[in-house]
Design a protein around this ligand. Sequence first.
Ligand SMILES: [Fe+2]
Length: 368
Amino acid sequence: MSDPFNTLLLVDDEPNILSALRRAFRKEGYEVVTANGAAEGFRCLEERPIGVVVSDHRMPEMTGVEFLTEVRRRWPETVRVILSGYAEPESIVAAVNSAGIAKFLTKPWDDNAVREDVRGCFDAYRISAESHRIARELAVKNNDLASLNLRLEAAVSESREKQEEIERAVTAMTETLASLQEAADPFFRGHADKVRDLALAMARALNLPAADRWTIATAALLMDLGSVGIDPELRRSHRVLSEADKAQIRRHPEIGAGVLSLIPRFAGVARTVRHHHEHYDGSGYPEGTAGEAIPLGSRVLALADAYHAMASDRPHRPRRPHDEILKALGDQRGRQFDPTLTDVLMSVVSDVQDPASKVDSRMSKVEG
Ligand SMILES: [Fe+2]
């Protein structure tokens, strides 16, 4: 197989010219192929890869410009040269325009000059071939990148859809559990919504991250879920509760946390629910945990829960005025409630003049 980077085709209808040219290139190290006209020239190009074609212009079958125009069409990567005894301006223009020639050389020629020109043509051929090779590699790499990008986009989209599906399932599950809590006592729902709103306002004031805000909001909606495990008669009773009754009611955080902890995504919610009746001074339940050992979300819920419990009408007592509520919460600052969070709640509700307008008028027995 010929090496196109080193193969030179000479086309001329005069054998003497071909011989003289062959001699001129003898020491250049090229594989020199000669053809006595266009037809033979085409055959040579069909038989082997050729880098540079030097052609006479005035030939009997077709002119050099016509020949090189066809060569350009069929072998566009070749570098084409006209060697002509007639340098009419029209033929030069035609050669450049239609045959895309690199050089227009004239007869008689100077051997050194022609050798130099042909060397330049092989350099041009190598540069062109190299740039074509790089362009082909780039095209392949671009295709690879494009298909990788498509696969990546599909994966991202699939993962986004799955994430959205999970979020929908979590929301549906929260709603289902909230309905269960509501079924245990219809008073819970309105109260839970308001506790959630107030707890979220406190969480925003504390600049808590979105994940923590979600945990607090979800725990607010489900904090009394464990009431489904408490005797309904006991929950609705207005009589003075015995210690045994109180003990049963005080089981609701643990029952609710037990149910929620079965769902991995709700682990933080379960923990927050479990401790929502702890007191800052350790006198709460179920564990008597104190201070900052109580989850932050639970300390926030304890305040929001107590605020709305006092701001609501109850079957056994009316709601309390705003000032009284703030005083009652302030009295428990550092005792039942986290002192810093008590201040946060005070600032969040400071513009509320009529809490009853913002809370549900009913409340459950289980408020702590
Ligand atoms: Fe509770």
